[in-house]
Ligand binder design. Sequence first.
Ligand SMILES: O=C(O)c1cc(=O)[nH]c(=O)n1[C@@H]1O[C@H](COP(=O)(O)O)[C@@H](O)[C@H]1O
Length: 271
Amino acid sequence: MTETFGVRLAAAIEQRGRLCVGIDPHPQLLAAWGLTQDAAGLESFARGTVEALGDTVAIFKPQSAFFEAFGSAGIAVLERVLADIRAAGSLSLLDAKRGDIGSTMAGYARAYLDDSSPLAADALTVSPFLGFGSLGPAIEVARDTGKGLYVLCRTSNPEGGQVQLATSDGRSVAQLMVDECQAANDGADPGSFGLVIGGTLTELGLDLSGFTGSILVPGIGAQGGTVDSLAALLGPAYPRVLPAASREVLSAGPNPDALRAAAVRLGATAR
Ligand SMILES: O=C(O)c1cc(=O)[nH]c(=O)n1[C@@H]1O[C@H](COP(=O)(O)O)[C@@H](O)[C@H]1O
């Protein structure tokens, strides 16, 4: 039987700690690394990050937008980055925040969660705001292929509350996503279906007590969130957290030792 994403992630965290390093090749970062604003610069940046950190980081999160910006050449770089992450023994979480009607979601699931696709990752970020049920085909494929999903719940941006704190069925939309995501985990611990909760928030108002998936917490560093505040924010769910930082780590490059030092510094506080 295929080993689940939840089990593979737990093993990777055990060996390498739980920091998730985002690969967000912003134009400003390419410039700061002395690279050209083209697919060649993108490739040096993204593959250089994996080369520097691939033996110490449990999970990388490439941000699809920055690869898509270079068209088919950028997508080809993303394919090679995903292959590098696999070869380094790390896990990949592709940040593409997909969400669509069910029949289209099945297409995204084939693109990102089926190993026969060159863009297959170990997990994918998904948006449940077309209704959690629209994610059904992705959940089905992920179960078959041993992949994971991270469902947006309470995002790090200041506008998120407009939708996520609205009430549905007598609970907040965010709480509904927690409950639905846990139903998809179906009692598995560690579950393969995780949540995304912003590290910039100061209070959650969520009941995470029965949740058995992992909780991706982006927004650390550049957006103002700190690893130190997460224990108070997440309470008893804190052991399930994957703190995620992109610019905070990447801005230390391109020197590989400096990149490693930045990841170690953040990772050490996240233990
Ligand atoms: O799903 C995400 O990863 C995500 C959710 C969220 O609520 N906030 C958030 O910042 N992110 C992503 O996390 C990364 C944050 O990058 P830095 O602010 O540079 O660490 C970006 O790729 C965002 O798209």
